[in-house]
Write a protein that binds this ligand. Structure first.
Ligand code: NIG
Ligand code: FE
Length: 401
């Protein structure tokens, strides 16, 4: 391949390739990367750069660390309003579940999101996405689930798609119609599930607005059998599935979702061994959300070691949402995964790169620096990749290159 305008060699850098089975972080000191048309053509030791690339334009990274761009694989970034009053109420003694049962919680964000127009929703969500980009994120999953009727779920998914287009971030959308029971279906969860399965899901699939489907399987969300109906309907439409599972109680959702081939099960504080075994067997990624654990002041930790022992791949995400994790700071989540849950900085960073890519079904395209992968690359002013997990609440300087 000859040199064209968008062919370049990134030099004078260290690489954390995040490839499995090599040095920690897949590190290559004094590395170089050849990029053409947004794809990595070659990555390795600068001294071994093949002849073919020698004449290409060189970009000097001034000794920085080059990492695959971060991937936030679980967010509810598009929403109206905020829940700061609920935060105060919780610290005055009310629980998250009590507030939800009293019509607050997710339903209060549903009211604010329904009240916002598409362009208002885009406007309030844009700064959150820009903040994420400034923290080195290039791919983000965004769930619906604050509309809870066809029109407002479509509006949320369209807002997510529009934000991706205008910012250049890779946005993967997830339909989470089964996030909470809307007020108009109070006491009739079966009827709401019927509505999702027969009306909302087929229309959203027809419009190509969702890349995946998720359910909040929980005593304050949907039961195991209701969850199964939604996941099976999604799979029948060829949509991959995720699940909010075992966050506040153990309904055995993770085991069921894994047996259905879920890409990921997320939260998992109450996961049991049967669930972990099923996830490992299916290759279902366990997505750990330290922000929600912290902000809801939970005390039950996800069984990290048990999952690792069974061979479950772990990802880390922000869960960015107004009720249980109002943050856009993915590097802070890496730090918290280390300090709260005992992950190593390497496990944490893998969780926001290679394993997060797998959780989105993109494991062969993004999240690693290697030939054939997309050139989503970020240069960091750090002396070791562990620095992404080290300072908490402060993010080292970084630049998309
Ligand atoms: O992932 N668990 C359900 N969904 C979100 C919370 C959403 C909210 O409280 O608004 C979560 O924690
Ligand atoms: Fe969530």
């Amino acid at each position: 391949m000859g040199q064209t305008d968008d062919a370049k060699i990134l030099t004078n850098c260290h690489l954390a390739t995040m490839q499995a089975g090599s040095a920690p972080y897949g590190t290559i000191h004094d590395g170089a990367v050849a990029v053409h048309q947004g794809r990595i053509q070659w990555a390795g030791l600068a001294a071994e750069l093949p002849e073919t690339y020698q004449g290409w334009h060189r970009k000097d990274l001034a000794g920085r660390y080059l990492l695959p761009a971060l991937i936030d694989c679980h967010t509810h970034l598009v929403y109206g309003g905020n829940r700061v009053e609920e935060f105060e109420q919780r610290l005055n003694g009310k629980s998250y579940a009590e507030l939800a049962a009293a019509g607050g919680g997710i339903l209060s964000t549903v009211r604010a999101t329904r009240a916002a127009s598409l362009s208002e929703l885009i406007d309030v969500s844009r700064p959150r996405l820009q903040q994420m980009a400034a923290f080195g994120v290039a791919t983000i999953e965004i769930k619906s689930g604050y509309g809870l009727n066809l029109i407002d779920e479509i509006k949320m998914l369209e807002a997510a798609r529009a934000l991706g287009q205008e910012t250049g971030m890779r946005v993967r959308t997830t339909f989470l119609g089964a996030h909470a029971l809307p007020e108009e279906f109070a006491g009739k969860s079966g009827a709401y599930i019927d509505h999702i399965v027969s009306e909302m899901l087929p229309e959203i699939a027809r419009r190509g607005l969702a890349d995946a489907v998720d359910v909040f399987c929980e005593h304050i969300g949907f039961s195991l059998s209701e969850t199964r109906r939604v996941l099976e309907a999604a799979i029948a439409l060829d949509l991959p599935v995720h699940l909010h599972a075992e966050q506040l109680t153990n309904l055995h959702g993770a085991q069921m979702a894994a047996e259905l081939g879920a890409l990921s099960c997320d939260h998992l504080e109450y996961l049991d061994e049967a669930g972990a075994k099923a996830m490992a067997k299916a290759g279902t990624v366990g997505v750990i959300l330290p922000g929600a654990y912290y902000f809801l002041r939970e005390t039950r930790q996800p069984p990290i070691q048990m999952m690792l022992d069974h061979g479950v791949d772990l990802a880390i995400a922000t869960d960015c949402n107004p009720g249980s994790s109002p943050t856009t700071n993915l590097p802070l989540m890496l730090s918290m995964a280390c300090t709260l849950f005992g992950l190593t900085p390497e496990q944490a960073l893998t969780g926001a790169t290679r394993h997060a890519a797998k959780a989105l079904g993109l494991g062969d395209k993004i999240g690693q620096i290697a030939a054939g992968f997309t050139a989503d690359l970020v240069a960091w002013d750090i002396s070791s990749p562990a620095e992404l997990s080290y300072g908490f609440g402060q993010v080292p300087k970084c630049e998309r290159v």
